[in-house]
Design a protein around this ligand. Structure first.
Ligand SMILES: *Cc1c(COP(=O)(O)O)cnc(C)c1O
Length: 545
């Protein structure tokens, strides 16, 4: 076994073993650093993804008969990293984080002691960190930390799933035994994330019982439509169970009016003698902006510009109401710049958990012992990674002010990008509100966004404009290793003048996510789009001729 022991860290803390591990880590950091190039998105060249790329890998793969040396193993791993996208200033596509140093170290510590957040006996560090961040963030958003509960889970999607599970169990405590009733309904904005779609599918509620509510021009839920649709469900004998309030839609950063939603659910509960309707704030994208809930914009101690303050003041009014929600989520691995997966699911009232908690007799391996007092038998996972460590580390190292600075910069950069784009490119329209994301749409000739929004444009023309944007996404996508813009095929739905159905609108996305995406970079982004558009218009003309 001596040979095998060499593959593990020491148990006595000897220096020789430590230096060996450090040397591997140093080698990895050095080689990755050598691949970095601030003017490119990728670490070295992208592999050539031929048709049979994965097929060939499938054919060649085999467990080696004899283990490789650690040096060879590291080289194999670094081989996989070649061509990897690296979130520097050239990445403006989606909410992909560049993990900050504190979070990397938090993660490393978690791996070194390999705690299991399932039970504090097996993972005391992460369990305590989890309790601590639950309290810290409860205080930030206005939940009572003595009443709230929270745990890290599998992403914003996991939070949606688990909130729906709580809603079902609270509404129908017998459902654990008897299954889900077939007359309950969920409501969400038509621009909400597909998390709820998957969750109604997996819980057995069924997609037919998920009602999509229209959005307004600001991409937030149209509350009149919500009310009408809830009343219709009730009139047809259904029971409204759950509303998903999206706080920051994935593509356009629309923020639902959670106070307005609560007003409607309470009114309907009273009028129809219903049990409380559960509201989950899907704040996977926007939740970090609760860091401004207590910011004083009058004195503006961080000296944000007037325009940035205007946007943030507006957010403050909306995000202060998040405490109305029965649960919400912090997806640190989006705007919080930590590694995957670091999501905290926060529940307003820990009482809800009793409906889904397992009886001690169902968990014979752990928990029902005299030792240990933190046992998460209510989570859908059994073993859980201690990702609370990475979140905790980031909160300590950034502080509220650090996050405020980071989050304000996303807005600052977007304002500048919008102004420069409109100034430099004549055939573009900006199609969402100011936020960390700018969506924009190009036109073969002059922009027609207002006409499109008002429903004056023909189906054929809107389809052509969609295709114009789709092809342009292909054109700039070829050079995504220089600058990588995002795009969406459903920024929203709009009705053409001559059609009865609304159709999805294609748009491009600029997502200021990296801390290296600063004001100084704006001209470069806009020049890239301008040059490629000129080229695209020219080649298109030639093809049309
Ligand atoms: C990203 C996102 C999700 C899913 O979050 P994951 O962490 O990727 O699981 C859910 N809802 C919204 C609004 C999102 O933007």
């Amino acid at each position: 076994m001596k040979d095998m022991q060499k593959l593990f860290p020491s148990i006595d803390g000897n220096e020789y073993h430590r230096e060996e591990l450090i040397s591997y880590i140093k080698n990895i950091l050095t080689e990755i650093d050598e691949l970095k190039d601030p003017s490119k998105l990728t670490l070295g060249e992208m592999p050539e993804y031929t048709e049979d790329y994965y097929n060939r890998i499938t054919q060649q793969a085999k467990v080696p008969e004899m283990g490789l040396s650690m040096e060879e193993t590291v080289q194999k791993l670094l081989g996989l990293v070649k061509g990897h996208r690296y979130v520097n200033s050239n990445y403006v596509a989606n909410a992909a984080p560049l993990p900050n140093i504190a979070s990397i170290l938090g993660n490393l510590i978690m791996v070194l002691v390999n705690g299991n957040s399932l039970w504090d006996v097996e993972g005391p560090a992460a369990a305590t960190a989890e309790v601590e961040i639950t309290s810290m963030l409860s205080k930030l958003i206005g939940y009572d930390p003595n009443v709230s509960a929270g745990y890290t889970t599998w992403g914003g999607q996991g939070a949606v799933f688990q909130s729906l599970r709580l809603a079902i169990a609270r509404h129908e405590p017998q459902s654990n035994q008897k299954g889900v009733p077939n007359n309950v309904y969920c409501f969400c904005s038509e621009l909400s994330h597909y998390s709820l779609y998957k969750s109604v599918e997996a819980t057995g509620i069924g997609i037919n019982n998920m009602i999509r509510v229209k959005v307004k021009e600001d991409h937030s839920m149209d509350l009149e439509d919500l009310k009408e649709k809830m009343e219709q469900v009730i009139a047809d004998g259904g029971i409204p169970l759950y509303v998903l309030a999206t706080m920051g839609t994935t593509d356009t950063f629309g923020i639902d009016d959670i106070k307005g939603i609560k007003g409607i659910t309470e009114e309907l509960e009273q009028k129809n003698d219903l049990l409380p309707i559960y509201i989950h704030a899907d704040s996977a994208m926007g939740g970090m902006y609760t860091f401004f809930n207590d910011y004083d914009f009058e004195t503006n101690p961080m000296q944000f510009s007037g325009k940035v303050c205007d946007v943030l003041t507006n957010y403050q009014q909306k995000f202060r109401n998040i405490s109305i929600a029965d649960s919400m989520v912090f997806d640190f691995h989006k705007l919080g710049q930590t590694p995957y997966i670091t999501s905290l699911f926060l529940i307003k009232n820990k009482e809800y958990l009793k409906y889904v908690d397992l009886d001690a007799s169902e968990t014979p391996y752990v928990g029902n012992r005299g030792y240990g007092s933190y046992h998460t038998s209510y989570t859908l996972e059994c073993s859980r990674m201690g990702s609370a460590m990475a979140i905790y580390a980031s909160l300590l190292a950034f502080g509220a002010e650090g996050y405020q600075q980071l989050l304000a910069n996303y807005i600052h950069v977007n304002i500048a990008f919008r102004e420069a784009l409109i100034k430099e490119v004549p055939n573009v329209a900006i199609t969402n509100e100011i936020s960390p994301i700018t969506t924009f749409r190009f036109y073969p000739e002059a922009p027609k966004w207002n006409d499109e929004q008002n429903g004056y444009v023909q189906l054929e023309e809107m389809t052509e404009i969609n295709q114009f944007n789709d092809k342009f996404a292909e054109v700039i996508g070829i050079e995504r290793d220089i600058i990588f813009f995002g795009n969406t095929k459903k920024q929203c739905l709009i009705k053409p003048v001559n059609a009865s159905q609304r159709i999805p609108v294609y748009a491009h996305k600029f997502f200021a996510i990296s801390p290296y995406t600063t004001i100084e970079e704006i001209d470069r982004y806009v020049a890239f789009l301008k040059e490629h558009m000129a080229f695209y218009l020219k080649t298109r003309e030639q093809i049309l001729v």
